[in-house]
Design a binder for this molecule. Structure first.
Ligand SMILES: NC(=O)c1ccc[n+]([C@@H]2O[C@H](COP(=O)([O-])OP(=O)(O)OC[C@H]3O[C@@H](n4cnc5c(N)ncnc54)[C@H](OP(=O)(O)O)[C@@H]3O)[C@@H](O)[C@H]2O)c1
Length: 310
């Protein structure tokens, strides 16, 4: 592995984080319907209590609500919490200066002076990788971001970002991508291996596959809202994998399917950031830490998930 620069080293020491898309999002997660601010406040508090000290939000989540809530929750805790947020490349955002401007607005909403990680949420159809990276480098040089990363970047775009940032003497800290037992493209196409080689932390989003890997959804009981449509083809196929996860969890003193799903991501060398709607889910997810699947168990989980994973 290449030498990880000191600036980004802290991210490699973070084993797991907490995703904050659920905080305020009504479109996918139906915030306000079945759960609300007190539930996510407690989810944050339980996570911090259990040692989770890295929260991933975005200006997009709940149209700023997630960042505002994070700011509120941070003021209520005396524990240090690392903050990651994201720049959304709206088509009307032109020029590298739009990154510093957007980051300042995020910082205002969160109520902090700098973020630990500032990420490009998605590649831009308008701004080139070069311009995006110049904007990110500016965020670091102005002291508004400790480190910077990308999200949903394929391998070649990630490498171009790495090089463009390197020309500015700024390391690419992370690539946040969809990675779970049911979504293994980044493993199959070499992105995960490339990240390890270059010291880029691969942050795994949707590590419980939006609830599917918890085992609570089935063909008879599909997930609510827009998720149902996304998983029509997959749901009928996941039974054997879920059974194996339960059996393996039993061998570890009764670990749940969600805990096995998260532990698998950690064993692969990635950083999972599960979302939680309430303290119960947050506490359960935190239980993915402090133990390890064996190599043989990881291999069996891979064998069972390979034929159905995307
Ligand atoms: N960069 C990107 O483009 C991108 C995209 C997606 C996500 N993310 C980030 O990644 C984070 C996590 O991804 P995600 O929220 O999509 O998916 P996830 O973490 O795989 O799933 C979260 C959902 O699963 C259910 N759940 C969580 N813990 C559970 C448990 N212990 N038992 C049963 N059900 C449980 C909850 O929904 P229900 O209770 O409704 O089932 C929860 O909202 C997000 O919060 C966000 O920060 C980033």
């Amino acid at each position: 592995m290449s030498d990880i620069s000191n600036e980004t080293r802290f991210l490699h020491a973070v084993e797991m984080g907490l995703g904050a898309w659920q905080w305020g999002d009504r479109v996918v997660w139906q915030y306000g319907n079945g759960y609300g601010v007190e539930d996510v406040r407690k989810a944050f508090q339980v996570s911090v209590h259990e040692g989770i000290r890295f929260v991933d939000t975005a200006e997009l989540y709940g149209n700023g609500v997630s960042e505002r809530l994070l700011g509120e929750f941070l003021k209520e805790t005396d524990q240090p919490v690392l903050v990651a947020t994201k720049f959304f490349p709206w088509p009307w955002r032109l020029g590298k200066g739009s990154l510093v401007r957007a980051l300042k607005r995020s910082l205002d909403r969160i109520g902090i002076e700098s973020v630990d990680l500032y990420q490009i949420h998605w590649p831009s159809p308008i701004l080139s990788t070069e311009v995006l990276m110049e904007g990110l480098a500016e965020c670091v040089k102005s002291g508004l971001a400790r480190t910077v990363g990308v999200s949903n970047f394929g391998q070649s775009r990630m490498l171009a970002s790495y090089s463009a940032l390197a020309r500015q003497n700024v390391p690419l800290a992370s690539n946040q991508v969809h990675y779970s037992l049911l979504s293994k493209a980044v493993e199959k196409n070499g992105t995960l291996a490339r990240c390890k080689e270059l010291g880029i932390r691969l942050i795994s989003y949707s590590p419980i596959e939006k609830g599917l890997l918890s085992g609570k959804y089935s063909v008879e009981n599909p997930p609510p809202g827009t998720r149902a449509g996304n998983y029509v083809e997959m749901l009928p196929k996941i039974g054997p994998l879920l059974k194996l996860m339960t059996a393996i969890g039993q061998d570890h003193g009764g670990k749940s399917n969600s805990q096995v799903a998260l532990n698998w991501v950690i064993c692969k060398g990635a950083l999972p950031i599960p979302g939680a709607k309430n303290p119960k889910q947050a506490e359960e997810n935190a239980g993915a830490l402090g133990w390890k699947l064996t190599d043989d168990e990881v291999a069996r989980l891979d064998e069972a998930s390979d034929p159905i994973a995307k």
